[in-house]
Write a protein that binds this ligand. Structure first.
Ligand code: MRU
Length: 353
């Protein structure tokens, strides 16, 4: 932590490791973990020590750079270096399937290295260092712009419902869904946040409530099944959520439970906005049917956050980590390049022109 600012991932001493804030320990402990080997890196992503689509991308970029340095130190160069780097890239990408930012970030390093084939290995490694630092810097800039656009959608005193965690912990700075709220706080624009607890891994309770509370934002934690009541009571004027992959038609994968929030929002006439950088938009994916959904261990539902198991041992569980919100339920997709409105097939494509 630097001052009040959260530094969720960074390069370690001499750029020989990656240091990450262990998000599984929040909100009770602020603990950092240092990883140097590929299996530790994969474990950190799988166990959600580092999580949130852009943050996973930034972390994986740092990891691939650290691994490239190790390869170079062992004397690898030329096609052998590139082949091994590509193998490590694939292992990292396979750690979690849904968030496209992971593949997007490491692919940038692979392309940079391939473009320099024939160059001195030292030059390649230093270019990879530049690229992974650039990914982080760009994410900060993107989040800041998303925050500006998002803030234009609300007015002082509004209530905003959010699901999961799409704040600085999940990105680089500001966050996506929480960006407008944190920027509003900086500018003295009061906004009230209702944070869904977000079963089963409680990112809303453990991370969103923690981030917003320590930033002095008016945040109220609710159980997921209270969102309907909060909307019915007129407490919220907008829903802001993050995203893990946006398909070409605007269908959006985000934390399990997001599509339920969108359905409720439609029922109660509350605008439902998805906020994310263009690195989360996957135009090669035609629609939500094609987004791979990560399935996780049933123990997360049965026992993980409880002093004692809260379900019979061995009971069957269905535990998808994400769901897809149909594009027809989304009022707008807020990116660093502007706010896309339906029809998304056209408005998303325009972003990449
Ligand atoms: O399983 P997680 O905690 O990585 O899921 C995170 C989310 O679904 C976030 O809302 C999404 O990654 C956007 S983060 C800016």
């Amino acid at each position: 932590m630097e001052g009040n600012e959260i530094v969720n991932v960074r390069l370690g001493e001499g750029e020989g490791s990656v240091v990450l804030l262990d998000q599984t320990q929040l909100p009770n402990r602020v603990e950092y973990v240092t990883v140097t080997e590929l299996p530790q890196m994969v474990e950190a992503i799988r166990s959600l020590r580092v999580r949130g689509a852009p943050a996973i991308g930034i972390f994986a970029g740092y990891c691939l750079y650290v691994l490239a340095r190790q390869l170079a130190e062992k004397g690898a160069e030329g096609p052998a270096f590139q082949k091994e780097l590509e193998r490590q890239r694939t292992v990292l990408v396979n750690a979690r399937p849904t968030a496209v930012n992971l593949a997007w970030a490491v692919e940038r390093l692979i392309r940079r290295s391939a473009a320099l084939s024939g160059a001195h290995i030292g030059e390649i490694v230093s270019a990879l260092g530049e690229e992974c630092r650039l990914i982080r810097r760009e994410d900060e800039e993107m989040c800041r712009k998303i925050a500006e656009y998002g803030l234009s959608l609300v007015k002082p005193g509004d209530g905003i419902l959010t699901h999961c965690n799409a704040g600085p912990l999940a990105t680089s700075k500001y966050g996506t869904a929480l960006g407008p709220i944190l920027l509003g706080k900086e500018r003295g624009i009061p906004l009230k946040v209702y944070a869904d607890e977000t079963r089963p891994l409680l990112q809303g309770a453990r991370l969103t409530a923690w981030e917003l509370q320590r930033s002095g934002v008016d945040v109220t934690l609710i159980c997921d099944n209270m969102a309907s009541m909060v909307m019915k009571n007129g407490f919220v004027q907008a829903c802001f959520v993050g995203c893990d992959r946006v398909a070409a038609n605007g269908d959006t994968a985000n934390k399990i439970g997001t599509s339920g929030v969108a359905i409720l929002a439609k029922h109660y006439g509350v605008p439902f906005y998805v906020l994310g950088p263009t690195s989360t938009i996957d135009l090669s994916c035609p629609d939500g049917e094609h987004i791979p959904i990560e399935m996780r261990d049933g123990e997360e539902i049965r026992s993980l956050w409880y002093r004692e198991p809260m379900a019979p041992a061995g009971v069957k569980c269905y535990n998808p980590a994400f769901d897809v919100t149909d594009h027809t339920l989304i009022s707008g997709i807020v990116t660093e390049k502007g706010i896309c409105r339906p029809p998304y097939t056209a408005s998303l494509k325009r972003l990449f022109k």
